[in-house]
Structures are given as C-alpha cells and as structure tokens.
Design a protein around this ligand. Sequence first.
Ligand code: MOS
Length: 729
Amino acid sequence: MKFDKPATTNPIDQLKVVGKPLSRVEGLLKVTGTATYAYEQHAAAPNAAYGYVLGAAIPKGRIDSIDIARARAAPGVLAVVTADNAGKLDKGEFYAARALAGPDVDHYHQAVALVVAETFEQARSAAQLIAVRYTRSAGAFDLAAAKDTAPPPKAAKFTPPAETGIGDFASAYAGAAVKLDQYYTTPDQAHAMMEPHASIASWNGDQLTLWTAIQQINWGGRDLAKTLGIAPTKVRLVSPYIGGGFGGKGTILCDAVLAALGARAAKRPVKVALQRPLMFNNVTHRPATIQRLRIGATSTGEIVAIGHESWSGNIAGGRPEAATAPTRLLYAGANRMTRLRLAHLDLAEGSAMRAPGEAPGMMALEIAMDELAEQLKLDPVELRIRNDIQVDPENPGRPYSQRQLVQCLRTGAERFGWQKRPQRPASRRDGRWLVGYGVAAAIRGAPITTSAARVRLDQRGVITVETDMTDIGTGSYTIIAQTAAEMMGVTVEQVVVKLGDSRFPESSGSGGQWGAASSTAGVYAACVKLREAVAKQLGFQADDATFADGQVRWGGRSVPLAYAARTRELVGEDKMEYGELSKQYAQQTFGAHFVEVAVDAATGEVRIRRMLAVCAAGRILNPKTARSQIIGGMTMGAGAALMEHMVVDHKLGFFVNHDLAGYEVPVHADIPHLDAIFLDEVDPTMSPLKAKGVGELGISGAAAAIANAIYNATGVRVRDYPVTLDKLI
Ligand code: MOS
C-alpha cells in the first residue's frame, strides 16, 4: 500500500482500542522474569557453550602476535577465535567499527579474541592465558585538541549536510542589536541499557540462527551475512524481547559476529554476553561535542541571525554527531548558518544514542536561548514564542505538518506555575537550598519508513500479527495489538502479536523514534488486505463493510468475524510505503520542558524537585506507553544534565569510568516527580494512523531546562555538561 496523500477518515478513527491507555500486553512476562532475552534462550539452543571476549589492551597500533596455546589447553576450552583463524571478515553498513581487531587495533577494548568453553568461568579464566604482543602507535583522543583542524564530514548515507544556510548570516549577525556568542560542550555518553549486548549462535549446516538483542532485525541480518561473507538467506535473527537499546543495538556488534564464529569453530551453539566493563570502550556511544552558538536579535527579541557550529570526533568511516539538526528547524530568523566538523579520534565508535543530533544540540541551543532572553530582559518562554515559525526556516516553501510548540509552552507555563519563577537569579532561598525554575523547548524529527506485516485470522476469531518489528521496552507489542484489534473489530485479548524474527515480514525496526508510527502503518496495510479476504469470503464489499464488536456488517447482514475463517485460515500481508509527503511537509514532534531545582548553597549539590513536559506528537496510540517513553527520556535528560560523562584519558586513550559504578545514571532518588502531558493532535500527513513517535522527544531539551533552572537558582552559568557541583562553587 502506498501512502502518498494525507489520510482521510478510516477504521482507526473509531478509537475503540487505539488511543486507550492499555498496560503492556507482554508486561506480565517481563515482571515475572519469564520473558526470554537473548542470553536466556536455553530451550531454543540447548547445550550452548560459553564465549568470553578479550578486549585490546592498547588504543591504537598493531597486534604482533597472539599466543593462544595455553588458553587452548586450559580446562573446558573448546575453541579460541582470533583474527589469525577467523578467516576474512567484512563489516556491516551502519557501524564503521570492525568486530575483531587484527592485525590493526582501532580502539581500546576492541575484541582481539573469543574463548569458547564448557562454562563461563572456564572461558573467562582461559582468556587471561592469551598472550598478545602489541606495537602501540600514537593516537588522537582529545576532541578539543583536534577541533581546529577538523574537516567537514564526507557526504554519506545517514550523514546530514556539513553546511546549511540561507540569507547572509555574517552580515546580519554583525549588524544585530543584541548578540550572543558562546561555546558549549557535551561529553561522551554511554547507552548503559540494562541488558548487555548478548547473542547465542547456532549453525545447522550452513544455516545460522542468532538469538540476539537488536533494534533493527533487517539491518542486523544483512550486516551479519555481509560480515561473515554468506548469503542473507542463510541467516535467521530472533529477538523477541530486548532489555533496552537507546540506539546502541541498532545493528550487530562483536557479540553477534564472535558468537557465530565461535559456534562454527566449536561445532556447538555458543552464547556471548559482553561483560559490562568491556562495553563502554568496545561498543558505540554518543560522541562528545564542542558547539558554538551565535544568535543576533533585535532589541525586542526577534532573531535576525542564527549560527550553530558543532565539532565531534570519530574513527575512520564514522559519522558526525549532528548537533546542528534542531537549530535548522526550531526558530525563526532570515539569516542562518549551520556547520558540522568531524575530527579523527581513536576512541570507540561514536554513533546514534537516543535523539542523536537533537539531544546534544538542544543542550547547547536551549541554554543559548536562555542567555539571550536574559540579555534582552525577556521571559525565556516569551522569547521562544516570539520566534515561532510555521514553515521550515531553511526551506520557506515547506510548511510544518503540525507545529504546536507555542501551545506546548503556554500550556506548560500555566500547569507548572511559571509565573512564580524567581525573577532574578539566586534570589530565592528555601532553608539551605537555592531554588530556581528553567524552561526549554523540545523538537525531534518524526521520520517514517517502509514497514511490512502479515495478519492471520483463524477459526476461533483470533488475529495473529507477524512482523520483524522489535520491542526494546517501548510498547511495540501493545500498540501493534491495538492497531490490529481496531482494524479487525476485535478486542486486544483476541490479538496475538509475534515480533522479532527475520522470518516475518520486514518492518521498520526500532530507531530514530520511527518505530511506533512505521510499524503500526505496516500492520494497518496488512489488515486492509485481511479485511478484503474476509469480505471476499463472505461475499461482501470490503470498501463499505464494517468490522466491529467481533462482527462484520455489510448490506444489512452481520456475521461473526470467525465465521469467515471457519473452513480455512485467512491471511493478509502487505507493506506501507511512502510518497512525497515528508518532502512537502516538515514532520517533527514538539514539546516544552519545565523544571524546578534546588541547589545546596554551601555544597552545590543539585536536586531536581519536579519536571513537566508538554508534548505535541500526532495521535497518541497509547497514552500509557507514550508517557513512559517521555518520562524515560526526561530521566535520561536528567542524567545528561547532572552526571553522565565518560571521561577520556587523553594519554592512555580510553574511557576511564567504564562500568556502572563509575558511569553514573539517575536512580529513583534523583528523580522525584515527573509529569508528561500530550496535546490533542492528529497528523494526517504521517500515515493512516496519523501518529508520530515519542521515544526520543522526551530527552530533547530536558537537560537544558535543568541547566537553565540551575542558573536561575544560583546565578552560575555552566556551559560544560554535566553540571556537577564542582562547577557551581
Ligand atoms: Mo535511535 S538513537 O536512532 O535508536
């Protein structure tokens, strides 16, 4: 099915099931520990041996030799995989990093060997007996030092343009009545999801099955086949439950590749989970940025020039962090300039982490707006409202499909009690605490992409949906069940959703907050096909038949849905594809964050007191799962504002704090009270469901709202994240 003009009224608009705050359909399995994650597929892959990954001990250089003799002879050891015996390996398309070092080492803790043994302990113990000789070479690890010579990123898939602009930024900025010119920095951050990267590989002849934790089954299957040099049809990926991803499980990593190689060598299924202290330097992360914002405005606060430059680093073939993305879209201003620069750094690969681009970009832009408001003596909510724009500012012929940023700001200000904000910084005390309020806007793209599904109706009236979509803890199972139930006129209890298997039709996968809108549209398309099959079976006209309450009605007749399948199962399969609407309309999600913090006047300790996000993001398919996404994003925003920071050792060339003791993320005590509100919105330019995604909107802007609240509380402006207490006193 092709979606190429705005949606009209359709069966989803009944909203009998879609739009309801249903609890997660797989929730019971999750909370009772009976959902099988990748490492727990004991029944599917009995007799699996254990693999243990040894990481490189140098950040850059060559492996001169690897002596595996002692490890190979250790108790229980079945195989040792290294570059010497792995055969020729290619790499996938999405990540630049190689799964296995040798002879070159590209970054610290890149895998150099996999030991396979009968038990995990035997594999771990034998890994310590591997003797690796390295020749270390000089590497680059310091973004600030590499910044001034960093070139523009090369044009490539998933890489935004290095430079964009309209008008004449330089002269408009030079002539502006009020000017802001500041640098901001954001650190390297880790996804730090609960479930580590983990895979079980099993070969049956030349056919590989991999149970793994992955967001994109489609990318992963193709990347694994390409890496191993086998046909994609020889690879099956299975990933029914995933314990978080945040972009870190976009496609396959070394656990998957090495499990496959280990299983081939040991002639047995092999399971590999990356140990947490290896993950931080082995897998991908959100790269650090240095950003410069220049904004010129009239004395009444109309932006006349806005310029945003961002520097980040990566290994060869890696992409830049697109921190300028939000500035290209968020505010008015006739003269604009954005610029990305990409330094070569020999750290682990930087890649997508929740709201890549927007999350770090808004950390800078939204402090800059706060600073500009202060210079103008204007309320920061008012400054943002004054610079609202209803067309894409870089492409003035292109309107927003929906843009309720002003409504988000106004609603939030009212609900939060923004008028009680301390007018001067550092002016409100509550005992030993300094109290402040902060605001920031939120913007995040609403991409949508081809997604397919198959839907079956059996003689009991049960609807079974099959698609290789994943549920990374987001609620995919539930919103897909709601979509199929609405389309077929049944309750969610009558829908069985099967996800995460490459044998099912290819979905969008989970990423870029496109999963919810894309995967449900694919299910819609398949259900249209199934409705046609049902109508044909009953001798009805599909176009004006109605499906509701378990009945199909047409021409004055009404029969139970199950009756249509009484002699044989009926099947509908299709994919939703997209025309030009996303070129004709700027499709984005919007929000506004409001935060109250308290800062200890003596120690600088920051406590968040409350946070509110008001969001406008198309039709909300399930307010409960959507709220969880938003408050989860806000929690990650709190981490980004206050604690998350992988510290680079510029001499030794790695992230020093590489475990969950040293890499701090928020715990319950850090997050007191979060509220998320959704404005009414449907966006007919997106899909027949008129929905967008919300998985990445909640983090966008959240950290800056906290930083702005800290400034309001203390009068100390910190432009270097995270805002730790040492920077406040
Ligand atoms: Mo995402 S960070 O595109 O899963």
